[in-house]
Design a protein around this ligand. Structure first.
Ligand code: ZN
Ligand code: ZN
Length: 186
């Protein structure tokens, strides 16, 4: 178990920078040393969700350690963390539409724990297992995620630029391509 500093939504409308404890990665989990994290308006919303949350859902970092079932990543790999975490087993994932995974995309519409979450019990704040925002919790020195949440990026891309691809760039691109352009065609 390691002790790291993280931004934690306390559940009462406030947040604190505090020590959290993270267990070593098991199964398909990856321990990531964060290099950059973005702040999204949803982070502001999340302080009023009425429960403790390890904050942050966009970020980039370096793989520190991996669980025994991780096949595509090694320590030292640079990764962007993606909150649309595919299960690779449902109909849409099998069709190649991982971005609308039937199992794990519910977190976007509701306020549930993502199916793509790393083991919930493996991150604790003040002794209690604490949910990571969108299964990620990027506003921390280290975070624990599923391998499916990681997307590699090149050594030459600055971490701060890579970090905003996680949510800001994806959201903007999706708005243009899926909403604006589709509307235009109709
Ligand atoms: Zn966001
Ligand atoms: Zn799926």
């Amino acid at each position: 178990m390691i002790a790291v500093k993280a931004a934690v939504a306390a559940g009462d409308g406030t947040y604190v920078i505090d020590t959290i404890h993270i267990q070593e990665p098991v199964a398909d989990e990856v321990l990531v040393r964060m290099k950059a994290a973005g702040i999204c308006h949803t982070d502001w919303d999340s302080v009023r969700w009425g429960k403790p949350i390890l904050m942050g859902h966009e970020g980039a970092g370096v793989v520190e350690r991996v669980g025994p079932q991780v096949q595509g990543l090694r320590p030292g790999d640079q990764v962007i963390l993606n909150w649309a975490i595919p299960c690779y087993q449902c109909f849409q994932c099998m069709e190649g539409n991982q971005h609308i995974c039937e199992k794990n995309s519910a977190v976007v519409a509701g306020n549930k724990v993502a199916g793509g979450h790393a083991t919930l019990e493996s991150s604790t704040w003040r002794g209690q297992p604490t949910e990571r925002a969108f299964g990620l919790g990027t506003m921390a020195e280290y975070t624990l995620v599923r391998e499916a949440a990681c997307v590699g990026y090149t050594q030459t891309m600055p971490s701060a630029s890579a970090a905003i691809v996680s949510c800001g760039v994806m959201t903007g691109y999706g708005s243009v391509v899926n909403a604006a352009l589709t509307k235009n065609k109709a």
